[in-house]
Design a protein. Structure first.
Length: 87
Protein backbone atom coordinates (compact mmCIF):
# COMPACT_ATOMS: atom_id res chain seq x y z
CA UNK A 1 0.00 0.00 0.00
CA UNK A 2 1.26 3.49 -0.72
CA UNK A 3 2.33 5.63 2.21
CA UNK A 4 0.01 8.36 3.37
CA UNK A 5 -3.34 6.80 2.39
CA UNK A 6 -6.02 7.92 4.83
CA UNK A 7 -9.75 7.93 5.39
CA UNK A 8 -10.98 10.99 7.28
CA UNK A 9 -7.40 11.64 8.38
CA UNK A 10 -6.86 8.14 9.81
CA UNK A 11 -4.05 6.11 8.26
CA UNK A 12 -5.09 2.94 6.43
CA UNK A 13 -3.04 -0.07 7.49
CA UNK A 14 -2.48 -3.39 5.78
CA UNK A 15 -4.30 -4.99 8.72
CA UNK A 16 -7.37 -2.78 8.05
CA UNK A 17 -7.34 -3.76 4.38
CA UNK A 18 -7.16 -7.44 5.40
CA UNK A 19 -10.20 -7.02 7.70
CA UNK A 20 -12.16 -5.28 4.92
CA UNK A 21 -11.32 -8.08 2.50
CA UNK A 22 -12.42 -10.74 5.01
CA UNK A 23 -15.65 -8.86 5.62
CA UNK A 24 -16.34 -8.63 1.88
CA UNK A 25 -15.56 -12.30 1.33
CA UNK A 26 -17.95 -13.28 4.13
CA UNK A 27 -20.71 -11.34 2.37
CA UNK A 28 -22.87 -8.38 3.29
CA UNK A 29 -26.45 -8.18 4.50
CA UNK A 30 -27.95 -6.39 1.50
CA UNK A 31 -31.16 -5.45 3.34
CA UNK A 32 -29.16 -3.80 6.13
CA UNK A 33 -27.15 -1.82 3.58
CA UNK A 34 -30.33 -0.64 1.85
CA UNK A 35 -31.78 0.57 5.18
CA UNK A 36 -28.70 2.72 5.81
CA UNK A 37 -29.47 4.85 2.80
CA UNK A 38 -26.84 6.10 0.45
CA UNK A 39 -25.75 9.14 -1.42
CA UNK A 40 -26.42 12.74 -0.72
CA UNK A 41 -29.80 13.89 0.54
CA UNK A 42 -32.19 15.06 -2.13
CA UNK A 43 -32.80 18.72 -2.91
CA UNK A 44 -36.47 18.28 -3.73
CA UNK A 45 -39.21 15.82 -4.50
CA UNK A 46 -37.43 14.49 -7.58
CA UNK A 47 -33.86 13.30 -8.02
CA UNK A 48 -31.38 15.96 -9.12
CA UNK A 49 -29.41 15.53 -12.31
CA UNK A 50 -25.64 15.90 -12.36
CA UNK A 51 -24.33 18.11 -15.16
CA UNK A 52 -20.66 18.07 -16.14
CA UNK A 53 -19.03 21.41 -16.86
CA UNK A 54 -15.50 22.24 -17.97
CA UNK A 55 -13.88 25.29 -16.37
CA UNK A 56 -10.38 26.72 -16.54
CA UNK A 57 -8.28 26.80 -13.39
CA UNK A 58 -8.81 30.56 -13.24
CA UNK A 59 -12.59 30.27 -13.55
CA UNK A 60 -12.71 27.62 -10.85
CA UNK A 61 -10.49 29.68 -8.54
CA UNK A 62 -12.75 32.68 -9.04
CA UNK A 63 -15.87 30.64 -8.22
CA UNK A 64 -14.20 29.13 -5.14
CA UNK A 65 -13.10 32.55 -3.90
CA UNK A 66 -16.60 33.97 -4.32
CA UNK A 67 -18.13 30.94 -2.58
CA UNK A 68 -15.72 31.34 0.35
CA UNK A 69 -16.54 35.06 0.65
CA UNK A 70 -20.25 34.26 0.77
CA UNK A 71 -19.84 31.21 3.03
CA UNK A 72 -21.43 28.94 0.42
CA UNK A 73 -20.41 25.79 -1.35
CA UNK A 74 -19.25 25.90 -4.94
CA UNK A 75 -22.47 24.14 -5.99
CA UNK A 76 -24.68 26.59 -4.10
CA UNK A 77 -22.97 29.55 -5.76
CA UNK A 78 -23.27 28.04 -9.25
CA UNK A 79 -26.94 27.12 -8.74
CA UNK A 80 -27.75 30.65 -7.54
CA UNK A 81 -25.93 32.22 -10.49
CA UNK A 82 -27.75 29.97 -12.95
CA UNK A 83 -31.11 30.74 -11.32
CA UNK A 84 -30.51 34.48 -11.63
CA UNK A 85 -29.39 34.18 -15.25
CA UNK A 86 -32.21 31.88 -16.33
CA UNK A 87 -35.00 34.19 -15.08
Amino acid sequence: MSAGETINGVAITDEQIKRWAEEAEAGYDVQALKRRGRGRPGRGAEPSQVVALRLTAEELASIDAAAAREHKTRSELIREALAKYAV
